[in-house]
Design a binder for this molecule. Structure first.
Ligand SMILES: *Cc1c(COP(=O)(O)O)cnc(C)c1O
Length: 375
């Protein structure tokens, strides 16, 4: 490897530039840049087909999609959520003046634990917001049952779960709404971008109004909406990305398999197995270091990788509940979140992206093998 080459946890997949130029020429010709233009409409349709969902609303990014989803369902009061996620999950509650209530994760796939959610419900609770962390599906039936029993809304942050299916059905068809992110670092990117998946036409319509200032028509504003529209350049780029997404996921899968084969037998390194009946999209490759067995601390391995210009990421460390805005909350206390606290101190996400070379991957694996004291 060349001495100055840096390998990051991800590298965005870009479509061929010449193909993108053709799309840009069309935009330059028709001079429609945004506001539900032709590429936006086409992308919305093709994306819904690809994902296997009925109603999708495109957004300029995933965070605005989360914030708008909460607005669309009139969520107020308290929402139960996971501390083991990207900060935007909880920030979307804060921006809606909703009190986040953190609840611990389960120890198989590190998603919000439905068994603990029930104990966190109060008269102020209006919704549950779980995250399909690393694209691994949450316990969907369990969450739906709790939501139904207590009359709560269920909003999934599915930012990691693009293209994930369970027994052939999109994971995005569960709950009241699901949110996607198409940020540059995600499996499928539109540079920045996001979406909300709705169960029915009426809800999609309301969301489409809300992302365009609340305009239902030229003179009717139904609510104080925001500006969160995806523009034509993003939509054209997204259409092009769709042509390559299966190929890119296949490459991620083979990278994931090599990691898996080589890491299975290293004492003190835990990896997550694919779930039965699930089509994964291999968005992340997390490893979890048990320092007692591995013989080195997580951060020692993290630094060792950095010394070799390999920049893994500690997703998710610190926990969201540890940031200044949230750490004063009763539910943020580490005693309330023992599993999340432990896992956030064990995790490193390894580089995974379509153009990661086998040589680079083998080098990463060698560092991990050699850094442990038992090797
Ligand atoms: C990336 C991400 C978001 C935010 O999406 P943006 O498109 O970057 O705004 C929200 N939640 C999770 C879990 C994410 O990983």
């Amino acid at each position: 490897m060349s001495p100055n080459k840096k390998i990051y946890v991800t590298q965005p997949a870009l479509p061929p530039l010449d193909e993108f130029t053709e799309y840009l020429k069309q935009i330059w010709e028709n001079k429609i840049l945004t506001n539900n233009g032709p590429f936006h409409q086409q992308f919305e349709k093709e994306l819904a087909d690809y994902l296997g969902v009925n109603y999708i609303s495109l957004f300029s990014n995933g965070t605005l999609a989360l914030i708008t989803a909460l607005q669309a369902l009139n969520i107020t009061g308290e929402v139960i959520t996971t501390p083991f996620s990207f900060v935007a999950t909880t920030h979307s509650l804060w921006w809606n003046n909703i009190k986040p209530v953190f609840s611990d994760i389960e120890s198989d796939y590190f998603n919000l634990d439905p068994d603990k959610v029930e104990a966190a419900i109060t008269p102020q609770t209006t919704a549950i917001m779980p995250v399909h962390v690393y694209g691994n599906p949450c316990k969907l039936e369990r969450f739906q049952k709790i939501a139904d029993t207590y009359g709560l809304k269920l909003i999934y942050d599915a930012a990691h779960a693009f293209g994930v299916k369970i027994n052939g059905n999109s994971i995005l068809n569960y709950g009241d709404l699901s949110i996607l992110s198409f940020h540059a670092t995600k499996v499928f990117n539109t540079i920045e971008g996001g979406a909300i998946i709705s169960p029915d036409k009426k809800t999609k319509e309301r969301i489409d109004y809300l992302k365009n200032f609340g305009f239902a028509d030229e003179i009717t504003v139904i609510a104080p909406g925001i500006n969160a529209k995806m523009n034509e350049v993003q939509a054209a780029y997204g259409l092009l990305q769709l042509k390559y997404i299966d190929e890119n996921i296949a490459k991620r899968k083979s990278i994931s398999e090599l990691y898996r084969n080589q890491l299975t037998n290293i004492p003190g390194i835990r990896i997550l197995n694919d779930m039965i009946g699930v089509n994964h999209s291999y968005s992340y490759f997390p490893i979890f270091i048990d320092e007692q067995i591995y013989g080195r601390k997580r951060d020692e391995l993290y630094e060792e990788l950095r010394k070799h210009n390999i920049y893994g990421r500690r997703y998710f460390y610190p926990l969201i509940s540890q940031f200044p805005t949230y750490r004063g909350l009763q539910s943020a206390k580490p005693e309330n979140l023992p599993i999340a606290t432990k896992i956030s101190e064990q995790v490193i996400c390894l580089p995974i992206y379509p153009l990661l070379s086998k040589d680079d991957q083998l080098q990463i694996l060698n560092i991990i093998k050699n850094a442990g004291s038992r090797s």
